[in-house]
Design a protein around this ligand. Structure first.
Ligand code: CA2
Length: 149
């Protein structure tokens, strides 16, 4: 059994999932994703805590305060992926492994989504599998943590 606790961070507008633009982001709600992650976490023997915020500073605070309670971060920084040096610096400053996830394949979309400020400071990125990106990301993060211990 893994004792790991993972903090799952959702960036701006992800609270609208399933309610707006289903053609782009699908009909799954954020509550559905969190419920799926909780189920998967119990199968993996870890715990997840989720936080969604539309505010960059709140996400920075959450990253800074994640340790020692949490051992890893799963993050969909949403639009801040493409703009936020502050979130990148926070991820870089804390010594917690992080996995970046995206519902859509950001490389098949507009050019401004092709660059991620946070990709260089995370273990890896999963993009384009809808809600399953989160599940794949959690599995990869737990596997990484298990191989560290
Ligand atoms: O594909 C992803 O997960 C994104 O991180 C989603 C972000 C977008 O800015 C990134 O380029 C890729 C947008 C999240 C907004 O979610 C909405 C959901 C429903 C309706 C409107 C926005």
């Amino acid at each position: 059994m893994s004792p790991f606790s993972i903090l799952v961070l959702h960036g701006p507008n992800l609270n609208l999932l399933g309610q707006r633009e289903p053609s782009v982001y699908g009909s799954t709600t954020l509550a559905d994703i969190e419920s799926q992650l909780t189920t998967l976490a119990s199968q993996l023997g870890c715990q997840v805590t989720s936080l969604q915020s539309n505010h960059e500073g709140h996400l920075v605070d959450a990253i800074q305060n994640a340790a020692p309670q949490h051992q890893g971060l799963l993050i969909n920084a949403a639009a801040y992926t493409h703009t936020s040096v502050a979130i990148r610096d926070a991820l870089s400053a804390v010594s917690l492994p992080a996995v970046e996830v995206h519902l859509s394949n950001i490389y098949r979309r507009e050019a401004f989504r092709h660059h991620s400020y946070i990709a260089p400071v995370v273990i890896g990125q999963i993009s384009g599998f809808g809600a399953q990106s989160y599940a794949l990301g959690l599995q990869a993060l737990v596997h990484h943590l298990q191989n560290l211990s």
